[in-house]
Design a protein around this ligand. Structure first.
Ligand code: DSN
Length: 420
């Protein structure tokens, strides 16, 4: 008798996954940190490699049977080194937060000073925000953006660096729609002898495609997730200068983690291969063009965008002038088939769980092959729903139009839906 499949073994979970398949087919996924990984990436992720334990690194493991895994991990590292032009890559971090924590462990003692971007200005929790372990165990000083133009306040970065002489300066963001100026950050870090760490989680795909400046040669350490604009599996990585290799590897294992997730490692290798193809350059450009087109459409419909627009994959809309809280808008949009997240804006007078903004991004829509024409429709739908978040009939009508649009743009990596 053949082995039972998921539907036979656990129909409840199989049904839930089926519903998620349908959701991913028929909704517009505009959360900027989400994407559709390719079928090849999904296959590698769910492969037999995840049955294997491999604590250690290639050639130096604590378990036997690494004939295949050693080659897989070596290939992933080689491909990332070539894709980003770095000396070293560690592909074992389970995701972005563990990657960042490993960097603290490699370079800092508890209580050491660090400088990072504040969460409400667009930074990540792990860049030293107070509710994160990174804000609790280290002496974290946070910079923000300038009130007048909502761009990184480099005077504040320099002042904090001079005052506190941090071990690490973090740059990179999760809700910042403009180019990160790595030269300015590197200058400040050099002046005070700090290690500059660039967290490129959101923009890794844009960097790989050459449509956002690369931090290589400016930041000694670069961290990232692998599943956002890079279109890899859910995972993390750390890239660094040769001189930091040992420290970084030791911090990840045995410092912070046990066995790497080998299916993920293989899928990172696949994603790095895909990102090295000429088509990925077009993909990266299209993400940015789509974000610009969506930003223009939203501005045209009277929405206020933080910094006035975008240079990357991400848009932060301040809904204060519309008198609609971000959460109310995000929930109404979800009912209309448009999925985004509510988000704080710089100097937000509202609380993080009920902030003034929504955050939108174009990587997933671009993976479906949508372009500037589609962004105009999306912008119109978003503006209409935000104007009337209680209008159920409008949301139902938009959800239908969204479903029709999605039907013409198949979602990569998502199996055919039985109902879509
Ligand atoms: N949670 C991610 C994001 O949505 O930006 C960052 O880790």
């Amino acid at each position: 008798m053949s082995e039972p499949n998921l539907t036979q073994t656990d129909p409840e979970i199989a049904t839930l996954i089926g519903r998620e398949v349908q959701r991913q087919h028929e909704k517009l996924r505009l959360i900027p940190s989400e994407n559709y990984a390719s079928k090849a990436v999904m296959e590698a992720t769910g492969s037999v490699l995840s049955n294997k334990y491999s604590e250690g690194y290639a050639g130096k493991r604590y378990y036997e049977g690494q004939q295949v895994v050693d080659e897989v991990e070596t290939l992933a590292i080689k491909r990332l080194k070539s894709l980003f032009g770095v000396d070293h890559a560690n592909v074992q971090p389970y995701s972005g937060s563990p990657a960042n924590l490993a960097v603290y462990f490699a370079f800092c003692q508890p209580g050491d000073a660090v400088v990072g971007m504040a969460l409400p200005s667009g930074g990540h929790l792990t860049h030293g925000w107070n509710v994160s372990i990174t804000g609790g165990y280290f002496n974290a000083h946070q910079y923000g953006v300038r009130q007048e133009d909502e761009l990184v306040d480099f005077d504040q970065v320099a002042k904090l660096a001079r005052e506190h002489r941090p071990r690490l300066i973090w740059c990179g963001a999760t809700a910042y729609p403009r180019i990160i100026d790595y030269d300015r950050f590197a200058e400040i870090a050099q002046d005070v002898g700090a290690v500059l760490v660039a967290d490129i989680a959101h923009i890794a795909g844009l960097v790989a495609a050459g449509v956002h400046p690369s931090p290589v040669g400016k930041a000694e350490v670069i961290t990232s997730t692998t599943h956002k604009s890079l279109r890899g599996p859910r995972g993390g990585m750390i890239m660094c200068d040769r001189k930091h290799r040992k420290k970084v590897d030791k911090a990840v294992f045995p410092g912070l983690q046990g066995g790497p997730h080998n299916g993920t490692t293989a899928a990172i290798a696949v994603a790095a291969h895909e990102a090295s193809q000429p088509a990925f350059k077009h993909y990266g450009s299209a993400i940015v063009e789509n974000a610009r087109a969506l930003a223009e459409a939203l501005c045209g419909h009277g929405l206020r965008l933080v910094t006035g627009g975008t240079d990357n994959h991400l848009i932060l809309a301040d809904l204060t002038p519309k008198g609609v809280p971000g959460k109310v808008a995000a929930q109404a949009l979800d009912r209309a088939g448009i999925v985004c997240n509510y988000n704080s804006i710089p100097f937000d007078p509202r609380k993080p769980f009920d902030p003034s903004g929504i955050r939108l991004g174009t990587p997933a829509l671009t993976s479906r092959g949508m372009g500037a024409d589609e962004m105009k429709h999306v912008g119109r739908w978003i503006a209409a729903v935000v104007e009337a978040p209680d209008d159920d009939r409008l949301q139902g009508r938009v959800a239908g139009e969204v479903r029709d649009l999605c039907a013409s743009f198949p979602a990569p990596g998502v199996p055919a839906s039985s109902t879509a």
